[in-house]
Design a protein around this ligand. Structure first.
Ligand code: ADP
Ligand code: ADP
Ligand code: ZN
Length: 214
């Protein structure tokens, strides 16, 4: 099962992708997590990506496409995967489709998690992220057992630099301009599934599983 998660920043893509990866036992591939890991390690890719991420802008397509195309060609992706945060532009989606087509494969479903902009800024202010394992929490909606400590790996949680309200607004603009057109792109392919992301997390999860199958 090859799944793409679509939705605005903060819609809950990462939260749902992690749950789905566990349920279906397939890898969760988050380009945001890959960039943050590179930033933490101080790699060249990380340095380049950070310049864009800090401004709420997308990292250029040429820095992300090959990375994902290589990742989904690895052995652990043979039974499918969940892409979270990729594609984010039409050229990225076209490059992915073209690469899959070369090996006779295709994406099965694009799941759009819908949340209105006015909810997003407050959601992001409460988001806490683990730099160790990529888990995300929310100070009200999904708190950790011990404040500031990741339930999964024990590392300390951070408020991401790009989750400040100013940057979130910029990211929303970028989303509407560059990423939202993907909804029509996957609808035209007959692959789009839309779910309401404004309901509690377990309800969003159940709605997605109803679409993807048990
Ligand atoms: P969110 O979970 O809030 O949607 P991500 O963790 O997916 O955010 O991404 C954080 C930042 O990383 C983005 O704002 C963007 O700068 C960069 N990024 C992640 N994925 C991509 C991509 N596919 N194309 C371009 N930039 C990306
Ligand atoms: P994305 O990957 O789309 O940027 P996240 O999965 O990181 O979004 O979720 C953004 C924030 O909102 C996190 O703090 C997360 O815990 C919280 N969140 C996710 N889904 C829900 C939901 N259904 N209701 C309330 N808060 C949610
Ligand atoms: Zn962790």
């Amino acid at each position: 099962m090859k799944i793409i998660m679509l939705g605005a920043p903060g819609a809950g893509k990462g939260t749902q992708a992690k749950l789905l990866a566990e349920k279906y036992q397939i890898p969760h591939i988050s380009t945001g997590d890959i960039f943050r890991a590179n930033i933490k390690q101080g790699t060249e890719l990380g340095k380049k990506a950070k310049e864009y991420m800090d401004q709420g802008l997308l990292v250029p397509d040429e820095l992300v496409v090959d990375l994902v195309v290589d990742r989904v060609a690895q052995d652990d992706c043979a039974g499918g995967y969940i892409l979270d945060g990729f594609p984010r532009t039409i050229p990225q989606a076209e490059a992915l489709d073209a690469a899959l087509e070369r090996s006779g494969e295709q994406i099965d479903r694009a799941v759009d998690v819908e949340v209105a902009d006015e909810h997003i800024v407050s959601r992001m202010a409460g988001r806490r992220a683990c730099v160790g394992c990529g888990a995300t929490y929310h100070i009200q909606h999904n708190p950790t057992k011990e404040e500031g400590i990741c339930d999964h790996c024990g590392e300390t949680l951070i408020l991401r630099d790009d989750d400040q309200p100013e940057t979130v607004r910029k990211r929303l603009d970028v989303y509407h301009e560059q990423t939202q057109p993907l909804i029509d792109y996957y609808r035209a392919q007959g692959k789009l599934a839309e779910v309401d992301g404004a309901v509690p997390m377990d309800e969003v999860f159940d709605a997605i599983v109803r679409i993807l199958g048990e």
